[in-house]
Write a protein that binds this ligand. Structure first.
Ligand code: NAP
Length: 613
């Protein structure tokens, strides 16, 4: 046991420190030690006792810091996967080095009344589903469109939009913020950046350019206050640890341990439970997602080659490699879906008047894109392309993200996914989802799956293990709850938990049924309510079960329960939230407005969390 003997801290301070450290993981501890080392430089500024360790370098920095010359910059981020947050933090760091006084805020906790006072504002926001901002930025987004939105004549702003161009409403939330801030009177300082899933390079450049644009004559000197280099020998602790960081560009190749179809006999759908070995090389937390890098199916590649009348053996230059067209189509390009970008570029090679008409009609184009692939485009608007041209209009193949359905405590060295296999017919051909069919067909023990971890800080078990949790999920939205409940089984003294699960049929789609029964038996799961929508005459969904249990659900919320929603964003999540407002309205005898505020507060306090697609 570590005691306070010999430390310069009071007992209270020592207790606070040990309680903080006990809640941190290894990476957080390493980062914090670097942070604390850097923080000692601040105390030399005010604390004369510390002057003994003040180095020459520090003296320079202190003398050069002219606080009165700093310019205020507020950076607001609305992030779901953490990419927006990561970029906002990166921008904060560079801005501080440039002498800005930075106010970094998550949109979720940003006080909307402060907006009118912002002089220099950056908004970094992602877009999801049908063009909506992430849950965290929803309130701010609504606010700027509301009657209460202030005039922003004194605000200079810039917007960085994140999105995925395979969706029709690419970067829409960012576009909304950009347009609306201008409508409110704000002055746009730089053009909005619209970053696709490969955002790093473009975002880095935009951050650099934007900060240069914001640096007016007011920014005079203020040298950076490097966090880790203030004290001689105080190295950035986290950089001294040699760990391999797996990422989209450097994924971990995970052997497949097991694969099971969760749908029972007679089901017309397929849902894969797949277990991958991580060999403990990947660290994740319950609630995180895994990025999976798929490859295209041989059948689809053959169809593309046949329709374009090209040989798969032709060599092409792609990403600095010279490989065969067949290989390029296998692992480098999206074939199963097309976007307006792809169609626009294809028009350069195929200036067909019909295609022109389609491109000029956004509504018709959106309809056309839905469910169509590269083979459809080549068939509907035939033209002669060579192999190099073909790869020029295709989009790079992107990872797909799935919520992890295992707990690292319960399944050390493993990572499980729950994947609905996408299969449908469109434009006269059978189609398959690229990644779900890749995972469904991957061979156990013979093949590997390239994966990396995508942190999901907005979907976490409560810090206090005793806090009750209510989990609501439909279909494959059950995935993260398996991780949550497995995890709580491993921890001692876990609080109450309640699972609401919905799917089509009890017989064929009660995913992980026996596991839930075991969790109920051993007390890890306190309650479970299910809704099978296609078993009876009436459609019963998870929100109906919530409403049937309104009084107890409200009681749990009043006891401090965290409430989670996972599944389809457009209908299910919206309806569950509506039900939650209804429950609060009825049980607390509040007006609809007050009940909505209660639910909004749950979100502010991070007690209402969503993992929705
Ligand atoms: P699904 O079949 O779309 O839906 C499952 C159940 O939800 C069905 O019983 C369905 O009923 C019902 N449902 C339909 N509309 C609803 C509504 N408005 N409110 C409540 N329930 C409703 O499930 P799925 O195909 O597995 O898709 C699940 C969704 O979760 C997808 O959007 C997926 O992207 C998302 N998701 C997946 C993961 C993952 O890791 N795999 C993680 C997070 C989110 P009927 O069809 O009978 O109307």
């Amino acid at each position: 046991m570590i005691t306070n003997l010999g430390s310069p801290l009071t007992d209270d301070q020592f207790q606070q420190l040990t309680s903080l450290v006990s809640g941190l993981n290894r990476d957080q501890i390493i980062w914090s030690s670097g942070y604390l080392a850097g923080a000692t430089s601040q105390s030399t500024y005010t604390n004369t006792e510390s002057n003994a360790i003040q180095t020459e370098q520090q003296t320079d920095i202190i003398n050069n810091t002219d606080k009165s010359s700093t310019k205020a910059l507020t950076i607001i981020y609305g992030s779901r996967t953490g990419n927006g947050e990561m970029l906002a933090k990166k921008m904060e760091e560079i801005a501080k080095e440039k002498g800005f006084k930075v106010n970094l805020q998550s949109a979720a906790s940003y006080k909307t009344r402060d907006l009118q006072n912002e002089k220099n504002l950056v908004v970094i926001v992602s877009t999801h589903g049908d063009g909506v901002p992430p849950f965290a930025a929803r309130e701010l987004h609504e606010f700027i469109y509301s009657k209460r939105a202030p005039k922003l004549e004194n605000t200079t702003f810039a917007v960085l939009a994140l999105g995925d161009s395979t969706y029709y409403h690419f970067c829409k939330a960012g576009v909304d913020f950009d347009n609306q801030l201008e409508k409110l009177g704000g002055k746009r300082l730089v053009q909005r950046a619209e970053c696709d899933v490969d955002f790093e390079e473009q975002a880095d450049k935009w951050i650099k350019d934007t900060l240069s644009a914001f640096s007016g004559p007011e920014i005079t000197a203020s040298k950076p206050t490097p966090q880790f280099t203030m004290i001689a020998n105080a190295k950035p602790a986290n950089k001294s640890v040699e760990t391999v960081r797996y990422s989209k560009k450097n994924p971990f190749k995970a052997p497949v341990l097991e694969k099971i179809n969760l749908n029972g006999k007679g089901s017309d759908r397929k849902t894969i439970h797949i277990e991958l070995s991580t060999d403990k090389a990947l660290e994740y937390q319950p609630g995180d997602s895994a990025g999976v890098i798929p490859v295209n199916s041989v059948e689809l590649i053959n169809e593309v080659l046949q329709t374009s009348a090209l040989s798969g053996d032709t060599l092409v230059e792609t990403n600095g490699k010279r490989i065969s067209l067949r290989e390029a189509l296998y692992s480098e390009y999206e074939l199963s879906k097309i976007t307006k970008d792809v169609v626009g570029k294809y028009f350069i090679y195929c200036p067909n008047p019909k295609l022109k008409k389609l491109i000029e009609n956004p509504e018709k184009l959106q309809k056309y894109l839905h469910g169509r692939d590269v083979v459809d485009l080549l068939t509907d608007f035939p033209t002669k392309v060579n192999a190099e041209d073909l790869i020029k209009f295709l989009k790079p193949l992107q990872p797909r993200y799935y919520s992890i359905s295992s707990s690292p405590l319960a399944c050390p060295g493993e990572l499980h996914l729950t994947v609905g296999v996408v299969e449908y017919e469109n434009a006269g051909r059978a189609k398959k989802g690229t990644c779900s069919s890749f995972l469904s067909e991957v061979e156990v023990e013979n093949e590997e799956v390239s994966i990396f971890i995508e942190s999901n800080p907005g979907f976490r078990l409560p810090e206090n293990n005793q806090t009750p949790i209510i989990m609501v999920g439909a279909g494959t939205g059950i995935a993260p709850y398996r991780a949550f409940v497995q995890h709580r089984e491993e921890l001692v003294n876990s609080g109450k938990s309640w699972l609401f699960f919905g799917n089509r049929n009890f017989e064929t789609e009660f995913f992980y049924q026996t596991e839930w029964q075991d969790f109920i038996k051993n007390g890890t799961l306190t309650k479970m309510d299910v809704a099978f929508s296609r078993d009876g005459d009436d459609k019963k969904y998870v929100q109906h079960r919530l409403l049937e249990n309104a009084s107890e659900v409200y009681q749990w919320l009043e006891e401090g329960a965290h409430f989670y929603i996972c599944g389809d964003m457009k209908y299910m999540a919206a309806d569950v939230e509506k039900a939650l407002v209804e429950i609060v309205e009825k049980e607390a005898s509040l007006s609809k407005e007050e009940a909505t505020k209660y639910v909004d507060n749950l979100q502010q306090e991070k007690r209402l969390q969503l993992d929705v697609y």
